[in-house]
Design a protein around this ligand. Structure first.
Ligand code: NAP
Length: 304
């Protein structure tokens, strides 16, 4: 693979590991993050710091974004805010022919808007959100779900392969985000499933840690039960994946479900439980904090 100038905007829990793999593969890495301190480890390894998202774009052949919320994506791509003035967003400042890849979990409609705006500037934009958590990012073992122009996807497929073990093109702009929303519906309902299973075992007098080990190997097995339940049982609620980001995903999934007129009662239940977790002030905790709602309490108290 030729050495590319890769821009990376958003070096948080996921982005810092992902960007590190690109650097380790020999690409020249241009970085920006709202809080510069979180990019320092990458800068120490040779990444070049820029003071604004547009400056990263102006220096890069491929620009990857891994920020938090759709509003963050909008700011970085389109500007028009105090932090990124109009004309200074990634779309305005990117080099001709650049490929822009948003790996944030965001709205499919926003991905479509970005792709349309990119075309008017002779750029290509892909949405390529990921699954696999902080562990997957650290191990370059993410599952990547991409939408957008097939030629642009083929062009950057080798770059995506440096952070993902599975890289799939699902369709036009927005298709990656729609796949990720399906993933989040399954993840959120699955979280409720293993929390309830362990609460049920504990209430029946069993050691939930022993039960976790046993049932993780059977038909109830899931990524969350294997990776997050042990953290929850050990009282480790550090993120991982923050409650506020899951709630953001579930709100987008709910809006898309409403637009396509389907009813998802499991999603509604999971969203209401994570909303209660947020009301406890746990928005920046890892999603495994949901188990705290169950530990030492009962469902009647969780859902009055
Ligand atoms: P995170 O730790 O909050 O990282 C996001 C980073 O983006 C932060 O460092 C943040 O800066 C920066 N950022 C946000 N808005 C920005 C802006 N407007 N301009 C510049 N930088 C900005 O979150 P994360 O866990 O890495 O998740 C990132 C995205 O991936 C989210 O959409 C999340 O839903 C998704 N995701 C997460 C996981 C997971 O397990 N963590 C798994 C799959 C997908 P600050 O440092 O100033 O906050």
């Amino acid at each position: 693979m030729p050495v590319l100038r890769v821009g990376f905007i958003g070096t948080g829990i996921m982005g810092r590991s992902m960007a590190g793999h690109l650097l380790a593969a020999g690409h020249s890495l241009h970085v920006f993050n709202r809080t510069q301190a979180k990019a320092e480890p990458l800068i120490e390894q040779g990444a070049l710091w820029h003071d604004a998202p547009g400056d990263v774009a102006a220096a890069s052949d491929v620009v990857i974004t891994m920020v938090g919320l759709p509003t963050d994506v909008e700011e970085v791509y389109f500007g028009g805010t105090a932090a990124v003035p109009t004309g200074q967003g990634v779309i305005d400042r990117a080099r001709d022919g650049a490929v822009l890849i948003d790996m944030t979990t965001s709205s499919p409609m926003l991905a479509e808007r970005i792709a349309a705006a990119a075309i008017t500037r002779r750029l290509a934009a892909l949405d390529a959100p990921v699954s696999g958590g902080d562990v997957g990012a650290r191990n370059a073992a993410l599952v990547i779900m991409a939408g957008g122009a097939r030629e642009a996807f083929a062009h950057v497929r080798p770059i995506l392969g440096l952070v993902g073990k599975s890289v799939t093109h699902l369709g036009p702009a927005g298709a990656g985000q729609r796949c990720k929303l399906a993933n989040q519906v399954a993840v959120a309902i699955g979280m409720v499933a293993w929390c309830e299973a362990l609460a049920h075992a504990k209430a029946g007098g069993l050691d939930p840690a022993a039960v976790q080990q046993v049932i993780a190997g059977g038909a109830a097995g899931s990524w969350g039960l294997s990776n997050l339940a042990p953290r929850a049982l050990a009282g480790d609620f550090a993120p991982g994946f923050m409650v506020k980001h899951l709630l953001k995903d579930l709100a987008i999934a709910r809006e898309c479900a409403a637009a396509t007129k389907i009813d998802l009662p499991g999603l509604a239940t999971a969203e209401s439980l994570f909303t209660i977790a947020a009301e406890h002030g746990w928005t920046d905790e890892g999603t495994q904090v949901l188990y705290r709602l169950y530990a030492g309490t009962d469902l009647e108290r969780i859902m009055p």
